[in-house]
Unconditional design. Sequence first.
Length: 396
Amino acid sequence: MTRIATGLAVVPYVLLAVSAALALLTGDVSGDQRFAVLGLSALAGGWVLWMVTLHPSWMANGKVAGLYIAGLVAFAAALGLLSAWFAGFFAFTGYIHSWHLLRGRWRIAGVAATAAAAVTGYFGGLPGPDPAVISSYVLVIVAIVILVVLFSLFGDMTANQSVRLAEANAKLEETMRENAGLQAQLLLQAREAGATDERQRMAREIHDTLAQGLAGIITQVQAAARAKHDPAEWQRHLDNAARLARDSLAEARRSVHAVGPWELESARLPEALAEVAKRWEGIHGVRTEFATTGLARPLHPEVEVTLLRVAQEALANVGKHAGAARVGVTVSYMDDVVTLDVRDDGAGFNPGIHSGGFGMTSMRQRVTRLAGSLEIESEPGGGTAVSATVPAQELR
């Protein structure tokens, strides 16, 4: 609860500052609009400061909390119309505060209002009378609401599980006091190790499904907003956003129930990787080549899931950071090991300086759990190569 309270107090100001800085530094607003951005940003910050930071007890009153969310959405909408950066960053405050400060169905209403404000900012205003435009506008809002609600419910479930685990551990400790100290310590360590492993699994699955899906949807909506004068390109980006929303929702449900990726349901690893590469190429418009070397054979499901997730994360990083013109994905079957290589000719980076975010950590954790290794070779301007090698444990 302390972490949640700290997040509610700090996140709005961070997102507001980042949005304002990007809007002003990237030239997204004209000279006259700069004063409007600064003024509205100051008012929005003051609104959060007065209603939440200085008077947190007010949020216990449902009507006051609703009034606060309404004002927050209004500021998000006004700032989003000035610059899409506010729709992309500051609007997340509306999702977080709506879920934690409102109750019952009002939570979803707050999330929906925030999504509508953010999408309006991406579209540069309300949609015109064209039914296709209106349907696309509504579809994007619904997709965002579904993903935010599902993500929030998943977070609540994880928090509740942590509370129940803490309560169970407290009862276990009280019971085991009468037994030998060593036995109690061993049991407690075993439970903690299992809980830690499950939390890491859930964190990896959230990142590989919901987080990547939301990032992809935002990217496609931003691209659609930039291509609003090109109907074909605009529709292509919106279709991509809708497909990403459907895929992310399906993958999130599978992750909650610990079910493997759908790509591996009816196909082996090479076919699944080829499909992932083809879909990624269609969304990002970057030439992607896939190849298989060695004798392909059925592997243990955990091995195939690990390599598939590593490929998805590596391609997601290329789409977000590399600016590549060409990407190659290769899976190599050898006697004792199988290796996945993802190479691009993009901007590259210095691995010694940039250790990577959670996505890099997730890839490394997945590979290490199988006694494998993950190597990353890159240099500024020289592209990046990600290589994952795991034991070729065959399906029996």
